[in-house]
Design a binder for this molecule. Structure first.
Ligand code: C5P
Length: 308
């Protein structure tokens, strides 16, 4: 039976400036996304109705936000329904998600799955949708889904879905420190609102400029990139998960040029000087006892695309 495979990458926000809460429940963002070499693969086949299965990270037992559902609650299910509706066909497909990107980790794993599903189902169903049509559908699915389609490096504004590609030819090496338990994105944004209301962090009316990190990504020493990394969601993630402070310290003590929380966390992204150092750093952090698992990755990498 014909199978179509697509894969999509995880992301790290190397800059994440969060504005005040908007009336639609989202926050205005100025973010710089970097796609990194940790991929989920989605395989689709013709079927009757929708059938979804998940293997790898987040599959099977568990109860928290890191448990990946296999029904309508899964973004892939909604992606399939949305694409089918746009194409005027019924959503008939068997879909397998093979996950390497942990869920509820601040790495846009669910968004990667949705983006890969759009690309794979578009090919399986021959909907004839253009890349722009898929991007428009992606924006309806979630703030990070357009970037999961695009990949590379991009400036994100609006709620993160409005993208401007950024030229970046320099491959950077990172170690992702993945926690045992995920964090819910709305919880982290909610905690940021609480910290702001209490005057404990800046109110977000002035969004930090992205230019320094964009310039550092174009080239130049790792130290410049290290100095320009920032994430407004780090403070609320730390407030909800105090042990993250130890994890961030462990990364810098092990020699990372810098370490920050990825997106809404709790993954720690540790910047390495080069590939050799990333491998050493990964080995040291794997033994530090502060992460469930670690992954050495590089970026930028392309967005969702067909494989095989
Ligand atoms: O867009 P997405 O479904 O991924 O967003 C998940 C949740 O994260 C939203 O419901 C909202 O609580 C929060 N969010 C936000 N501002 C953004 C993006 C997400 O408040 N720009």
């Amino acid at each position: 039976m014909t199978a179509v495979l697509a894969r999509a990458p995880a992301k790290v926000n190397v800059h994440l400036a969060v504005g005040p809460l908007r009336s639609d429940g989202f926050h205005e963002l100025r973010t710089v996304y970097l796609a990194v070499s940790l991929f989920d693969t989605v395989t689709v086949r013709h079927g009757e109705g929708l059938e979804l299965s998940v293997t790898g990270e987040g599959a099977g037992a568990g109860r928290g936000a890191d448990r990946v559902p296999t029904d309508r609650r899964n973004l892939v299910w909604r992606a399939a329904e949305l694409l089918a509706a746009a194409a005027g066909i019924t959503a008939d497909a068997t879909i397998e998600i093979a996950k390497s990107i942990p869920a509820a980790a601040g790495l846009a794993g669910g968004s990667a799955d949705a983006a890969a599903a759009l690309v794979a189902l578009d090919a399986l169903w021959r909907t004839g949708a253009g890349r722009e049509d898929l991007v428009a559908l992606a924006a309806q699915l979630g703030s990070d889904v357009p970037f999961s389609l695009l990949g590379g490096v991009a400036l994100g504004t609006g709620r993160g879905e409005q993208l401007t590609p950024v030229l970046s030819r320099t491959r950077r090496h990172w170690v992702l420190g993945i926690a045992g338990e995920g964090l819910s994105t709305p919880d982290v944004y909610g905690e940021l609102d609480r910290l702001r209301a209490a005057g404990k962090v800046p109110d977000g009316r002035v969004l930090a400029a992205a230019e320094p990190v964009v310039a550092a990504l174009r080239g130049g020493p790792t130290a410049s990139l290290a100095a320009s990394l920032s994430n407004d969601l780090q403070a609320p993630a730390l407030a909800l998960r105090p042990e993250l402070a130890r994890a961030l310290r462990a990364a810098t003590e092990a020699g990372a040029a810098a370490a920050l929380v990825s997106g809404s966390g709790p993954t720690v992204a540790a910047l390495a000087e080069d590939e050799q150092q990333a491998v050493r750093l990964a080995a040291e952090l794997a033994g530090a006892g502060v992460f469930r698992t670690v992954r050495a990755v590089h970026g930028p990498v392309p967005g969702a695309r067909l494989v095989g």
